[in-house]
Design a protein around this ligand. Sequence first.
Ligand code: ADP
Ligand code: MG
Length: 333
Amino acid sequence: MKFRHFGEFRFIDSIAPLCVFRDSGLIQGIGDDCAIIDFNSDNYLLITTDMMVERVHFNRDWILPQLLGAKALSTNVSDIAACGGVPQDAFISIAVPDSLDVEYVQDLYTGMAEVAKPNLINIMGGDTTGSKTDLVINVALTGRVPKGQALLRSGARAGDLIVVTGPLGESAAGLELLSSDIEQDSAMRNQLIDAHLKPRGHVAQGRILAESGYCTAAIDVSDGLSSDLEHICKQSGVGALIHAEKLPMSTALVHASELLDKDVLEFIVNGGEDYVLLAALDPEGFSNVEMRFHSQGLEIWTIGVFIETPGIQLIDTNDDSREIIPRGWDHFR
Ligand code: ADP
Ligand code: MG
């Protein structure tokens, strides 16, 4: 069977039973944003890895090497943030086609340093090899989270609020603008294209959620709201109700959707690479958490509620409800 028929997530489920041979130290293996390993008396060790492949994840004509390097590290920072942790040490492996100049790859590292420095991440090693045609960048990143504060995908309960820590759909719209030749107003174009090219992991937001004691589950939105919400729902054994009118929606996104002749909700629900956090929050704690976000100049939106009935329902502005079938990113579809 081909991967495009089998699907990425079904493949991961199929190999998971072949992967664990030792219980000691294992808190969470395959299936969450990071692996969680028992480390010392105070902290868990978090580990995540993500690969970027030319022509699959990026097009060298559309992104400068500095931005590509920063994005490769940031997407991993985002997975550490999704577990409530702070990033620590990175390992960078690259496969470089012969056609690429050394300066290009050095610029990748300049971009990575722009993310590593403010996050106090050390790059501790990696691997450098050749490639026939495409550039491949793999980042592995460790982090730590105080014991008792690790955020998993599996803890959401019916009645918990669904919250997001940033806008959705802007990155997907930015990608479409990059590949379209439509004339665009520059402020709108910059906002959406920056969302695509310059994501930053929401570490401070993840720390507030983790420290608050009110967050029951979290994930970062990499594949798109519908797919990532489905991961929380499946792993927590709940369903979800989203209110369309509560979804954060910038004028830039609405305007771009009109230009591109696309439904704005399509970008928000099924877009990807937003790298904001999507979390379940005990409603008792919402105002406390919101206050902590605002005191640090950060934003949080409630977009719905987790329910007992499985599946994801979207309530539109006329109060009509429809089921959302997850159609976010699957690398083989
Ligand atoms: P994320 O989008 O948060 O990076 P993924 O969807 O890439 O997560 O992966 C889901 C889970 O499957 C993670 O726990 C990841 O470590 C695991 N995983 C993905 N690919 C593989 C693989 N080839 N072998 C083992 N585990 C994998
Ligand atoms: Mg993730």
